[in-house]
Structures are given as C-alpha cells and as structure tokens.
Design a binder for this molecule. Structure first.
Ligand code: ATP
Ligand code: MG
Length: 372
C-alpha cells in the first residue's frame, strides 16, 4: 500500500498544501520548526484519527483557524480510495471513501502506518504506558475490533475506579454494583489480554530473527508479557475469564482499601531480554536501540502477514540517530517494498545509497520550497 497524495488545510503551521508522493522513498528536508514532523503527523492522523504526540485534537488546528482538514489518496489492494479527517470545535469526522464513519473501529485499519521516531528508541526504557500504547496501536490497526474492546474496557475501568473511591471513602458500602462492573471489566479485559498475547506471539516470531540479524547472531532477544494473571497465548478465553474472576475476588478488599483497580490489562507490561538479561535494567543504549529497531521491523512484517500488504513507514528524525550498520539494515529491509517517509535537517547524516533515488521535498515555514 502507499499514499499517492496528501493535502492539508489549516493544519498545524500549514495553510494549504498538496504533495504527491513517490511510492518508494520520500525525504522531507527542512530546518528545525519548519513543519517536517507536522507532515509525518498528518499521515499518522490519517491512519489513526489521532496524533502520535498529543491527545488534544485541537492542537492540530492552525492557530488562527477554526478547523483543520487532512485528505489523502491511498492505494491498497489494487484500488485507490480517499481518506479524510476533519477537526473542528465540535469534534472530529473521519471519512472513508467520502462517507463518514461514526465508529473509530470502522475507519482505523484502512491505512496502515508504522511510525518510528526518537521517542520509540526509548520504548524499552520508557514507561509501561508507552509499551502498552505501542501494542494497543499495533493490534488496533490489524484488528479494529480490538479498539472497540479496549475502549469499552477503559470506559468501565473509569466507572469502576470512581466506585472504588466511593467505597474507600465509605460514601457507600453496598458492593452489588462493584460486582456488576467487575464482570463487565473482565468481559472486555479478557479479550484485550487474549489478543495481546496472540499478537505478541506473532511479533516474537519476527522480532527474534530480525534482532539476531542486526546483532550478527551475538544477541538473542526474548519478549515476555507481564500480566496480573498467569495465562499464556494458548489459554482459551473461558479460562482467562475464570482466572480473572477468581483473582478479582481475592483482591476485592484490597481494591476497596486502595480505592482503585489493581489488576487488568491497563497495568500489564512487556519485558525484553537480551541473552536472558533484562534490557531495561542491564541493556546498553545500543542494545536498547537494536531492540526498538527489531520491534519496528517486526511490526512491518507482521502487518504484511496479517493485512496482506506492507504498511507505510514514517521515520521522523530517527535515521540519523542510528549508526551506519543499523541504518543500512533498516533501509535494506524496506527497500522496494515499503513506502517510506524520512525527515531530516540535512542529508549529511544519511549514508545509504537508497536515498539517491528518493523523492525530495524541501519544506520551509509550512510551505514547499522545492521538490525533486
Ligand atoms: P524539528 O526539526 O525541530 O523537529 P520540524 O520541522 O519537525 O522541526 P514541526 O514539529 O513540524 O517542526 O513544527 C513546525 C512548527 O509548527 C513549529 O514552529 C510550531 O510552533 C508550529 N505549530 C505547531 N502547532 C501549530 C498550530 N496549531 N498552528 C500553527 N503552528 C503550529
Ligand atoms: Mg520534527
């Protein structure tokens, strides 16, 4: 799949801009603060209807405007279709083939995007929340129904936490409602957990050999899922539900005492090991980067496996952060099969010859200066 064209209106520091892309490599060059990341973000928003760097949609609207629009033409499965996301004071609209999609899960997945930015180099060392976001976004774009269950889970979690606070402060003492919410939480949480475990199983199958390749066979990567209950990807859904049910039973008093939900997918984490040592604790910066890169490359392969086509790859400021060996590993893997967008302030830090044939866009102050 690839994006043929994107146009934005009143988006970030852009008034109006249309760009036609190469289906291989596109390089966006510009000084700091000219709009490179904004463009990457626009492609990301087209895929997910939300930004990778802010939860506040309003920030996407140009300061002096009251709406922002991003449109794109996507080529996937031998056909082209338009996507459109519009932000206004009233909220957002997402259109697939000119038709508004009311449910996010009906829109997401039309365009598959993998973003790799400097903050992802931090995926291993960063907070558990970042790692959960990573798997949630990836599963969501492969299996949109996951977004539905995760959304329901989060909604019920909020209600349950509010109720637990009330019980803690003894604003109420009856626990009937708590039981109902626990059951609903488990219903969606079990599906979320099951899908995460299955996803991780597949991701591992790609990430392990890729990591082996980048580290020239010297380092073996393993990935564990750290959950509140002890189940595996082979555990069936009923069993997961039973296990959660008895676990929540056993911690109910503690949850009331603490006034919050103490178990469930929202507290789970991923742990990475290289040669059986925890990378988060013991890994050098280079090892952490190799792990992050392996995960991103694995993600690309996994999307191809599940969706039948390679996703679009966004490399924001990250290429120049990788050494020559990792750079060429990355570029060799994607060459000829993945439409890729690279941002940089200068081509000097980029060694690889693939970039010689790339389409180059020079961006200055929210405008296209030249392309070649
Ligand atoms: P760097 O090389 O430093 O990463 P960049 O080219 O990636 O720079 P962007 O992050 O794309 O820069 O931001 C470009 C500019 O967009 C910034 O100067 C920022 O102030 C401006 N900007 C961000 N949001 C808005 C907005 N809603 N309206 C107008 N301008 C905005
Ligand atoms: Mg930037």
């Amino acid at each position: 799949m690839y994006i043929k064209e994107i146009s934005v209106e009143n988006y970030r520091n852009y008034d109006e801009l249309s760009l036609q892309f190469d289906n291989q490599i596109n390089v966006i060059i510009g000084e700091n603060a000219q709009g490179k990341t904004n463009l990457m973000e626009a492609i990301y928003v087209l895929a997910f209807t939300k930004s990778h760097r802010t939860a506040k949609d309003k920030e996407l609207i140009k300061w002096d405007s009251n709406y922002a629009k991003i449109k794109g033409d996507v080529f996937k499965r031998n056909r082209s279709f338009p996507l459109e996301v519009i932000f206004s004071q009233k909220g957002k609209k997402a259109k697939f083939n000119h038709i508004e999609q009311k449910r996010l899960s009906d829109y997401i997945g039309a365009l598959n995007v993998v973003m790799f930015a400097p903050e992802h180099l931090n995926l291993v060392k960063g907070s558990p929340q970042e790692r959960r976001k990573f798997i949630d976004m990836e599963i969501g774009q492969i299996q949109p129904v996951y977004i539905y269950h995760l959304g329901q889970y989060q909604k019920i979690l909020k209600q349950r936490n509010a109720l637990l606070k009330d019980l803690q402060r003894q604003k109420q003492t009856d626990r009937t409602m708590l039981k109902v919410l626990t059951e609903q939480l488990i219903e969606h949480g079990s599906i979320v957990l099951k899908k995460r475990l299955q996803f991780l199983q597949k991701l591992r199958e790609w990430a392990t050999p890729i990591h082996d390749g980048i580290s020239r066979g010297l380092e073996a990567l393993t990935i564990d899922y750290e959950g509140s209950i002890n189940v595996s990807e082979d555990t069936d859904l009923e069993r997961i539900i039973e296990t959660y049910t008895s676990y929540y039973d056993s911690i109910e008093d503690r949850e009331v005492e603490r006034g919050t939900t103490l178990a469930g997918p929202h507290r789970d984490d991923l742990i990475f090991y290289v040669n059986n040592r925890n990378v988060q604790t013991y890994g050098s910066q280079g090892q952490q980067r190799t792990t992050a890169l392996s995960l991103k490359l694995a993600e690309i392969e996994l999307i191809d496996q599940e969706v039948g086509e390679y996703p679009i790859l966004l490399l924001d400021d990250v290429l120049s952060e990788l050494d020559a060996h990792r750079q060429s590993h990355l570029l060799n893997t994607i060459q000829g099969k993945v439409q890729t967008f690279v941002t940089t302030t200068s081509v000097d830090g980029i060694h690889h010859e693939t970039l010689k044939d790339a389409q180059i866009f020079n961006i200055h102050n929210g405008q296209l200066l030249s392309e070649r």
